[in-house]
Write a protein that binds this ligand. Structure first.
Ligand SMILES: [Zn+2]
Length: 910
C-alpha cells in the first residue's frame, strides 16, 4: 500500500539557516550509479511516459506481457493514470535481475515518475518488473510483467499570482502572534490553488509592528532597532499560509475587488518571483526543473516584509520548530528573535531538548569519503544505522550540504527510496514506502558527491583588534600551509538535523601528498597507499573508528608530520559522590593516547606542546575522574587567526606562522599573559562540549563556560594564584561589560544581531566561567567539585541543560540553586551591592546590602589592618541584608571589595 508523503513543516526553517548557501552549480547531471542506458528499455520507459501524458489506459495496458494480471494493472492505472496531464517524466534509478528469468531477459527496475497537471503535480516511485518479449531490433523488446507504487508525493504546486484578481485595501490589518501588518493604502494580489488562497502579495503603504512578548526578546529587538518593539514602514510584503488559515488572517470584507492594473500586477509578480523562492520550495532534480512548492502546515505562516529602513524582514511561525516564532533579517542573515509561542510554552514549559523533535536516533555511522582538496570535491557513501523514536514515521529529514548531489538512497529494509531536497536549507527528506513504528531499526545508505567548501573559522576564533603591522619589519613573507576543515557546520555527510551521539567508522581517501586527522582513533595499519595509474594519482586511505559516542564527525586535511605521541596512564578513580553514587554512563578508559600532528614548520612547537597537553589532560582527569575518549590528536595548522576547533577525539589548533607580525589583544578569550590558555580550553572541550553535550543552543555555555573555567583552573594549578586572579579579573571585566546584551542562556544569539562575536565570548565563555566560579564560592569547594563529577557522570554522552547542572549541584550541596541559575544564566541583570563594616568589641561586622533585586552572590572582601597583612573573607550573600562577623585580628583599617575573585557585581560607594 502506497503511503502519501507528508512533510512535517521542514520547509519552514528559513530563519535558522543563517549561513548563506549558494546552490551547487556543479551538481552532476546524472547520478553516478544510475543503471547503464539501454535503448530498448528506454523505449519502454518512453512509451510509459507517453501513456501517462495521454492518460491512455489502452496504450498503457498494451505495454504489458500477455501473462500480466489485467485486474491488478487496471487497479494500478486507477491511481496512476489521470486525465489532464500536461507533462510526464519517468527516470530509471536502479536495475537488478528479475528472479525467475534467464540472465538478460528480465529486470526489476526502480523508477521515479513525475506527472504534471497544469499547476499541480505528483511524484512517485514505482517498482517495475519487465521481461524481454521479442528479439533484439523488434519494435518493442520489453514489456511490463508487474508494477507497484512504492511511495508518492502528492499535492505539489507551481504557484503564480492570479492575473485576474486585484483588490484594493485600506487599513487592512493582518495579525499573527506578536506581529501586526497594516496596509494603510494599497493593493493585494493572490496566488490560488484549487482549495483556496495560499499566498498574498501586498503592495502599497504599510506599517509593520513586531512586539515580542518575552522580556529577553524585547531586549534583542532593542539591540536591533533601539526600541523594544519594532515599528517601521513597508512597501511590499509576501505572505504564505495554509489555505485553511487564510480566512482567519484576512477577512474577505476588508478586500475590495478592483480592475487589474497591469503595471501593479507586474510589480506583484516580480515580488512574488523573488520572495516565494525562499520558503516551502522543493527541488525535484531531473524530474522537473521548475519551482514546486508544498502547502504550509496548518498554523504555519511566513511573511517576507520589504521595509524601507531594514530591507526584507521575515516573520515565521513554524510548528515544526521548538521555538516556533522567528523574526529574521533576511539581508544580513541574522535572527533577531526566536522563541516559543504562548501555546507552545503552555504545552511544554520553559525548557526543551531539541532531541524531542527528532523522529529518530542515529546510532552508528559508517562513512566512506574520497576528498580532492584541490577541487574541494567530495564523493561519499554513508551508511546510517538508526532507530525510530517517533510513534509512527513516514519520512526522515536529514541534513546534507545543498551543494552535494544525492546519487541514491537505499535502505536495507526497503530498497531504493525517494528523496527530496528542500531548497536552500541543506536538507534531504527521505520518503519511506510505509509508515514504520517506534523502535524500528533502519539502515540507510546515501551515496552523494559534489563541491564543498571547507568550514570557515567559527566563533571560537578571536576577533583581531589590530591589523597587520608595518610590513617592512618582516623581510620574508611565508604563505600558511593550506588546511581543510570539514566539521559540524559543513554538513559533509548525511546527518541528523541536530547533533546526535553516535559511534562511527570513517574511511577517508585523500591524495597521497596530504594527511588527515579525524574524529576517532586511527585503525592499525592505516594510512594505506592506493597506487594510481601514475604517481600523481596515488591515494592514501585512512580509517578512523570512534568507539565512544560523538556528537558529530569531523576531519581536517593538511600536510602533517607526526610531532610527538605519548600514552597517559591514569590511576584508579577512587573519588566518591555523596549518598548513592552515580555510575558512569558508558565505558571508561584509564589511559589516553595523545599525539600531535603538525604542519612541517610547526613540528618543533608540536613537540613542546605535547608535553603540556599531557599535563593538562592529566589535571582534567583528576578533577572529573574520567577521560571520555581513548585517543586525542592535536592538529597544528598554520593560521594567523588564533583559534581552534575541537570535535571529539581531536582538536585543530591554529598556529601563527613563525614570521607572523599580527598582534591580537582585547578579546574576551585572549589571555596574552598565559600562552597555554587556548590549548587548555580546546582540550577541555573533550569533556565539556563533546562528552557532555548541550541540548539546544541556549545551553552552549555548558560547553564554553566549562572549557574556559577548566582552563582557568589549570592556569592556577600550573602557575599559581596570581595568574588565576588575573584570569578571573578578565572574566569579570568582560562578563560585566556585556551583561546587558542578554542572558548567558541566549547562546550564539549574544552579539549575533550586530555581528559582535566578542559579546558572545564575553558572556557565553567568560560570564559562563565566572558563574561557575561564583557557584563554587557559594557552595564551597568540596560540594562544587563533587557536583561537577556528578554532573559529568549523569550527562556523559548526553545533551545536558542548565537544569541538569543545577540538579547535580543541589544533590551535592543540599541547597536550592533555583534563584542562582535564574539570575545568572536565565537573567541578564547584575547585583548592585553596598558594602559596610563596623567594629563591635573583638569582632568586625561586615555587611552586604543588595540594593536591587536579591541575588545569590558570593562577595569576596579584603579586610585591611594597619598592623598586619590583609585577610580575605567570602560572604555568601543570599538576602537583602547579610552580616558576617569575623574576629578582629589587629588594628582594623577598612575593607575593600575583592575584584580578583570574579564576583560580577556593581559595588555602590557609600
Ligand atoms: Zn571553546
Amino acid at each position: 500500500m502506497a503511503k502519501t508523503f507528508q512533510l512535517a513543516g521542514v520547509l519552514l526553517a528559513c530563519a535558522l539557516s543563517t549561513g548563506a548557501h549558494v546552490r551547487g552549480q556543479e551538481r552532476t547531471a546524472a547520478p553516478a550509479d544510475s543503471p547503464a542506458a539501454d535503448p530498448a528499455i528506454q523505449t519502454l520507459l518512453t512509451s510509459i511516459e507517453q501513456a501517462l501524458r495521454a492518460g491512455d489506459g489502452t496504450a498503457y495496458l498494451a505495454l504489458h506481457t500477455t501473462s500480466a494480471n489485467r485486474e491488478r494493472v487496471r487497479a494500478f492505472m486507477g491511481s496512476e493514470l489521470m486525465p489532464g496531464v500536461t507533462r510526464s517524466a519517468i527516470r530509471e534509478r536502479d536495475r537488478e535481475p528479475l528472479l525467475g528469468t534467464l540472465p538478460g531477459n528480465g529486470y526489476r527496475l526502480m523508477v521515479d515518475v513525475f506527472v504534471e497537471l497544469g499547476a499541480r503535480a505528483r511524484a512517485s516511485t514505482w517498482r517495475l518488473d519487465i521481461k524481454r518479449i521479442a528479439d533484439p531490433g523488434a519494435a518493442r523488446e520489453w514489456a511490463i510483467a508487474e508494477e507497484e507504487e512504492l511511495s508518492s508525493v502528492e499535492n505539489l504546486y507551481r504557484l503564480s499570482v492570479n492575473p485576474a484578481k486585484q483588490y484594493t485595501a485600506r487599513n487592512l490589518k493582518i495579525s499573527a502572534e506578536d506581529i501586526d501588518l497594516t496596509l494603510v493604502e494599497g493593493s493585494v494580489f493572490v496566488a490560488d490553488i484549487d482549495h483556496g488562497t495560499t499566498a498574498l502579495v501586498l503592495v502599497g503603504n504599510g506599517l509593520l509592528n513586531f512586539h515580542p512578548a518575552p522580556e529577553t526578546e524585547k531586549g534583542q529587538v532593542k539591540i536591533f532597532c533601539g526600541a523594544e518593539a519594532l515599528d517601521t514602514r513597508f512597501e511590499a510584503a509576501y505572505l504564505r499560509v495554509n489555505p485553511g488559515d487564510v480566512q482567519s488572517l484576512v477577512a474577505p470584507s476588508q478586500l475590495t475587488a478592483a480592475p487589474v492594473d497591469p503595471r501593479e500586477l507586474r510589480r506583484a509578480q516580480e515580488i512574488f518571483r523573488e520572495e516565494s523562492q525562499l520558503s516551502f520550495q522543493i527541488d525535484l532534480g531531473d524530474l522537473s526543473r521548475e519551482s514546486w512548492t508544498l502547502l504550509p502546515g496548518s498554523g504555519d505562516f511566513v511573511a517576507e516584509i520589504r521595509t524601507r529602513r531594514y530591507a526584507t524582514l521575515t516573520y515565521a511561525k513554524a510548528g515544526s520548530e521548538a521555538e516556533d516564532i522567528s523574526f529574521f533579517d533576511r539581508k544580513r542573515h541574522k535572527n533577531i528573535s526566536l522563541y516559543a509561542s504562548k501555546t507552545r510554552l503552555a504545552l511544554r514549559g520553559r525548557f526543551y531538548n531539541e532531541d524531542e523533535l527528532v523522529d529518530y536516533d542515529i546510532q552508528h555511522y559508517d562513512i566512506d569519503v574520497a576528498v580532492s582538496p584541490d577541487r574541494l570535491w567530495i564523493e561519499g557513501r554513508a551508511q546510517l544505522r538508526l532507530k525510530v523514536r517517533a510513534y509512527l514515521l513516514g519520512t526522515l529529514t536529514l541534513k546534507l550540504a545543498d551543494s552535494l548531489g544525492v546519487r541514491s538512497i537505499v535502505s536495507h529494509e526497503y530498497g531504493r527510496l525517494f528523496g527530496l531536497r528542500v531548497k536552500n536549507q541543506n536538507t534531504l527528506v527521505v520518503n519511506l514506502p510505509t509508515v514504520v513504528a517506534r523502535d524500528t531499526q533502519l539502515t540507510l545508505i546515501v551515496t552523494y558527491g559534489g563541491r564543498l567548501q571547507p568550514q570557515t573559522p567559527d566563533r571560537e576564533t578571536l576577533a583581531l583588534e589590530q591589523g597587520r603591522q608595518q610590513p617592512d619589519d618582516t623581510p620574508l613573507q611565508l604563505t600558511p600551509e593550506a588546511s581543510f576543515l570539514y566539521s559540524s557546520r559543513s554538513f559533509w555527510y548525511p546527518q541528523a538535523t541536530v547533533s546526535d551521539y553516535a559511534t562511527a567508522r570513517i574511511q577517508i581517501t585523500v591524495p597521497s601528498a596530504i594527511e588527515c586527522v579525524a574524529s576517532g582513533q586511527l585503525e592499525p595499519g592505516y594510512p594505506g597507499l592506493l597506487a594510481g595509474k601514475d604517481p600523481s594519482q596515488n591515494r592514501k586511505v585512512y580509517v578512523f573508528s570512534a568507539s565512544q559516542p560523538i556528537r558529530y564527525l569531523a576531519f581536517v586535511l593538511s600536510r602533517f608530520t607526526r610531532a610527538e605521541s605519548a600514552t597517559i596512564a591514569y590511576g584508579p578513580d577512587t573519588r566518591e559522590l555523596k549518598g548513592d553514587g552515580v555510575a558512569l554512563n558508558g565505558i571508561s578508559f584509564r589511559s589516553l593516547n595523545l599525539s600531535v600532528e603538525a604542519n612541517p614548520r610547526q613540528v618543533q612547537r608540536g613537540r613542546e606542546l605535547a608535553e603540556r597537553a599531557v599535563k593538562i589532560a592529566t589535571f582534567y582527569e583528576s578533577i572529573v575522574g574520567d577521560s571520555p575518549y581513548p585517543s586525542f590528536t592535536v592538529a597544528l595548522v598554520e593560521n594567523d587567526l588564533p583559534g581552534g576547533h575541537s570535535p571529539g577525539y581531536f582538536a585543530a589548533l591554529n598556529q601563527p606562522l613563525p614570521t607572523s607580525n599580527l598582534v591580537w589583544r582585547n578579546d574576551p578569550a585572549s589571555f596574552p599573559g598565559y600562552g597555554d590558555f587556548f590549548l587548555a580550553h580546546e582540550l577541555a572541550h573533550q569533556w565539556w562540549g563533546q562528552a557532555v553535550g548541550w541540548r539546544n543552543y541556549h545551553e552552549q555555555w555548558l560547553s564554553e563556560g566549562f572549557a574556559q573555567y577548566f582552563a582557568a583552573l589549570y592556569a592556577q594549578h600550573q602557575r599559581g594564584d596570581d595568574l588565576f586572579a588575573s584570569v578571573l579579573r578578565q572574566l569579570r571585566r568582560w562578563g560585566m561589560a556585556e551583561s546587558e546584551q542578554g542572558p548567558v542562556y541566549l547562546g550564539y544569539r549574544l552579539g549575533h544581531i550586530r555581528g559582535e562575536s566578542k559579546v558572545f565570548r564575553a558572556l557565553v565563555y567568560n560570564k559562563g566561567a565566572a558563574v561557575l566560579h561564583m557557584l563554587r564560592r557559594l557552595v564551597g569547594d568540596d560540594d562544587f567539585f563533587r557536583g561537577i563529577r556528578r554532573f559529568y557522570r549523569t550527562e556523559r554522552f548526553k545533551k545536558a541543560g542548565t537544569e541538569d547542572l543545577r540538579a547535580a549541584m543541589e544533590a551535592e550541596s543540599g541547597r536550592s540553586l533555583e534563584r542562582f541559575f535564574n539570575q545568572w544564566i536565565y537573567g541578564s541583570t547584575l547585583p548592585r551591592l553596598k558594602l559596610g563594616s563596623r567594629v563591635e568589641g573583638r569582632e568586625i561586622v561586615l555587611t552586604v546590602e543588595q540594593l536591587g533585586e536579591v541575588f545569590d552572590v558570593p562577595v569576596a572582601i579584603t579586610v585591611h589592618y594597619a598592623d598586619r597583612k590583609p585577610v580575605a573573607v567570602v560572604i555568601p550573600a543570599t538576602e537583602q541584608h547579610t552580616e558576617k562577623r569575623v574576629p578582629l585580628a589587629g588594628a582594623f583599617r577598612g575593607i575593600e571589595f575583592n575584584k580578583d575573585d570574579g564576583t560580577l557585581a556593581e559595588i555602590v560607594k557609600n
